[in-house]
Ligand binder design. Structure first.
Ligand code: ADP
Length: 296
């Protein structure tokens, strides 16, 4: 049903009393290694919900790559498109202080070698998928190739994270473009002339996507298309850890759209999935099953 094209990273996390300054060494707690990266997160989130999901990504022939493939398979993701190459698996080095603030260094590694040729070689995955979802932790030229390789009638969903300016060809293919507040501000740039998220949705639509979704954390989300901008109700939960909530939201939205839901209906379901994801620690470990979403 769903093809995710994107990153797979090992998140290496150490709790520290204080994040180190330049030239400083601090002692931290035990290292925790978690499967992550926006592409892998989205694929796991969709598969946990019951979506038939494949991931097109690159990892290295190393322990982190095997950890990622194992976690994808355990969630039920089709890993035939997870390519293993000579470059090391992408890594995020994360230190977290007692207030929850973090410092992160990302080494994209194999993610930066997911190239247009890999997209062209994955025709069968594209033809098996009604919806293709991407993010920006892979080269932009690869995302351009994705929109050129959609199957007839295939739908493209993009979360432009980390945000950067997008070519018109990519913007025009998005249905929807999904942004949080920070991503909306960066994509709009100088055009961000309002503090009202409903205006952001309208300004983003003017840049060419067929539809947009602006996620607003605990405030829920806005959806916009040619028929106007509407609010998607938030779900009140006790938030424990918002890591990966946006990835769960995007995955759920893409899956529901592929199953034929209207944008507002799909976004309302995605908001429930995002809310469930913030009630537990971690990213992939926090993602709910469909039964857990229904019980919310
Ligand atoms: P990102 O993780 O990309 O920053 P958001 O923080 O906007 O994205 O979260 C994505 C979605 O997850 C939101 O639109 C909302 O539906 C849900 N969500 C996030 N935080 C909360 C929260 N504290 N309470 C309820 N739902 C939340």
């Amino acid at each position: 049903d769903l093809l995710v094209v994107g990153s797979a990273n090992a998140d290496l996390v150490i709790d520290v009393e204080r994040r180190p300054a330049a030239g400083e060494t601090v002692l931290g707690g035990d290292l925790a290694v978690h499967p992550g990266g926006k592409g892998a997160n989205q694929a796991v989130a969709a598969a946990r919900l019951g979506a038939g999901t494949a991931l097109l990504a690159r990892v290295g022939d190393d322990g982190h790559g095997r950890l990622l493939i194992d976690s994808l398979r355990a969630a039920g993701v089709d890993t035939v498109g997870v390519l293993v190459g000579r470059d090391p698996t992408g890594v995020a080095l994360i230190t977290v202080d007692p207030s929850g603030d973090n410092s992160i260094v990302v080494s994209p590694g194999a993610n930066s070698r997911l190239l247009p040729a890999d997209v062209r070689a994955a025709t069968s995955l594209f033809h098996a998928s009604r919806v293709v979802s991407a993010q920006l932790e892979i080269p932009l030229e690869t995302v351009v190739e994705v929109v050129r390789n959609l199957a007839p009638g295939g739908r493209f969903v993009l979360n432009p994270s980390p945000p950067r300016e997008l070519p018109a060809e990519v913007l025009a293919a998005c249905d929807p473009l999904i942004v949080n507040e920070h991503e909306a501000r960066v994509i709009l740039g100088a055009a961000c002339v309002s503090e009202d998220p409903a205006d952001w949705a309208r300004l983003l639509l003017a840049k060419g996507p067929r539809s947009v979704v602006v996620t607003l954390g605990a405030e829920g989300a806005l959806v916009g298309d040619a028929s106007g901008v509407t609010r998607v109700p938030s779900v009140a939960v006790d938030a424990v850890d918002t890591t990966g909530a946006g990835d769960a939201f995007t995955a759920a939205l893409a899956w529901k759209l592929g199953a034929g839901a209207a944008l507002a209906e799909a976004a309302a379901y995605a908001a429930r999935v995002g809310a469930a994801a913030v009630t537990r620690r971690g990213a992939q470990e926090s993602y709910p099953t469909a039964a857990e979403v229904d019980a919310l």
